[in-house]
Design a protein around this ligand. Structure first.
Ligand SMILES: [Zn+2]
Length: 166
């Protein structure tokens, strides 16, 4: 089995790529649920006992066959980001199932693993597309409002805002 390697793409390339994938999947971040996207792609979601760091929090078996484990008491907005993060691994690192693998989930911000950074970049670009996020910001929505609009945590909206220099 070949290892799951980082794509090596730049942060901004992954950002645009995530947005393109979102469009391709007809995902509207303002209306649609990321859970449905995962299911549409053949992924299954399992809610498990709370775990902060898990080995094997996603297993990609083959194309259209992957399982994501989520902590059952985590906030929806936190789980939304996690689902988008795992989608990033599925697309970027498992090549949509061509390269099976098991992915662990380190604490956000605690990792120097490029694989994890890339998945986070993907998640941000997927859930908070550049243009749409800027537009909502210009309409006067503050970070709390933006977090609610995009169904992410305040922290995720803040990081996104900083990245886009808003
Ligand atoms: Zn990960």
């Amino acid at each position: 089995m070949s290892p799951n390697l980082p794509s090596g793409y730049s942060k901004s390339s992954i950002d645009s790529f995530a947005e393109e994938i979102g469009k391709y999947l007809n995902f509207n971040p303002l209306k649609d649920s990321i859970e449905n996207v995962i299911k549409q792609l053949g992924g299954k979601i399992e809610y498990v006992e709370d775990i902060v760091v898990t080995e094997g929090s996603m297993e990609v078996k083959s194309s259209k066959d992957f399982l994501i484990k989520l902590p059952q008491t985590a906030l929806t907005e936190k789980n939304n980001f996690t689902l988008a993060h795992e989608l990033g691994h599925y697309v970027l690192h498992a090549k949509a199932g061509k390269i099976p693998g098991v992915f662990s989930r380190p604490l956000i911000g605690s990792t120097t693993d490029r694989l994890e950074w890339e998945a986070n970049w993907f998640a941000a670009g997927f859930l908070m597309p550049h243009g749409l996020f800027e537009k909502m910001h210009k309409q006067g929505n503050d970070l709390w409002a933006l977090a609610e609009i995009f169904k992410v945590s305040y922290k995720a909206a803040e990081v996104r805002s900083q990245f886009l220099n808003l």
